[in-house]
Write a protein that binds this ligand. Structure first.
Ligand code: FE2
Length: 294
């Protein structure tokens, strides 16, 4: 029988129990329900709406494609590692450069440094419970390298093809782990993530490089296909935290429902590992990496 994605109610204090840790290490992913309160989710959503109010889409023409690498040559995207920037969905702009719907409904995501630049995002990202969860899975000197607010809007939220996050947030040795918060219920209907449980034990398939000429390209490291028949949905009620290994193969379908699927993701690396200069995601010296200290 195929393994499903292990799901537990959030432990008191946030640190994973021995049973949870064993399940996470076996599957490369774990869902912890009730990790954050409805109030905390609502506060992050309110703050996001304020940021969107201040965003002028006419200043931007970046569309974030999750199926091609079109965005990768774009300075607005590759320069966003220490900024708060807004990325539109495929098909959100008409032939005259106008948005086809309300701003919020046209966005794919906001990234990639809200956790360091915005006080509300900072507070959400640096709770004692999250710090305990991070330490309990083995981090010694954790740092939050990026944050993303993901919209997955009704009807237009796009598909994300199967990938491993360590391809994009690569360290030597690998240390990237994703912390994905469901701000709204994530279901099969509105495009929840899917994982291949145990797939984190398989090779890293790609490594993404940023070259001196500004181009960003994937290097194929291993051509082993993903065993897609083993994929399992990671349905996550609002308030859940999904923790997943940087090598865990994951994906999500399009949102064809009438319900949005807002989520907030942090990626954490260990500062004891080498972070290469040719990772696409970089930040200036004026915004040093921070861990979970306040
Ligand atoms: Fe991912």
């Amino acid at each position: 029988m195929n393994k499903s994605v292990p799901t537990f109610v959030c432990p008191d204090g946030g640190a994973l129990s021995a049973e949870m840790l064993a399940a996470y290490e076996d599957a490369g992913v774990i869902i912890l329900t009730d990790f954050v309160s409805a109030d905390a989710c609502a506060a992050l959503r309110r703050r996001t709406l304020e940021l969107i109010d201040d965003f002028d889409p006419s200043t931007v023409d970046t569309v974030f494609s999750t199926q091609t690498d079109e965005h990768q040559a774009d300075e607005y995207f590759i320069g966003s590692g220490d900024k708060i920037r807004f990325f539109l969905e495929d098909g959100a702009v008409d032939g005259e450069g106008q948005l086809k719907a309300a701003k919020e409904d046209c966005l794919n995501k906001i990234g990639h440094a809200m956790h360091d630049l915005d006080p509300v995002f900072d507070a959400f990202s640096r709770t004692p419970e999250l710090a305990n969860a991070v330490r309990s899975i083995g981090f010694r000197d954790p740092a939050i390298i990026q944050s993303m607010y993901i919209f997955k809007s009704p009807r237009i939220g796009g598909e994300v093809v199967c990938h491993q996050d360590s391809a994009y947030i690569y360290t030597e040795p690998e240390s990237c782990v994703g912390f994905w918060f469901a701000l709204e219920d994530a279901t099969i209907d509105n495009g929840c993530m899917h994982f291949i449980p145990g797939g984190h034990e398989s090779p890293l398939r790609k490594r993404n490089h940023r070259y001196a000429d500004g181009s960003v390209l994937d290097e194929v490291l291993d051509e082993t296909p993903y065993p897609m028949h083993l994929r399992q949905p990671a349905e996550a009620p609002a308030g859940s935290l999904v923790i997943f290994d940087g090598r865990a193969p994951h994906m999500s379908g399009p949102n064809r429902s009438e319900k949005s699927r807002h989520a907030y993701t942090l990626h954490v690396i260990d500062r004891s590992c080498h972070y290469p200069d040719d990772n696409w995601l970089q930040r200036g010296d004026d915004l040093p990496l921070r861990g979970f200290d306040s």
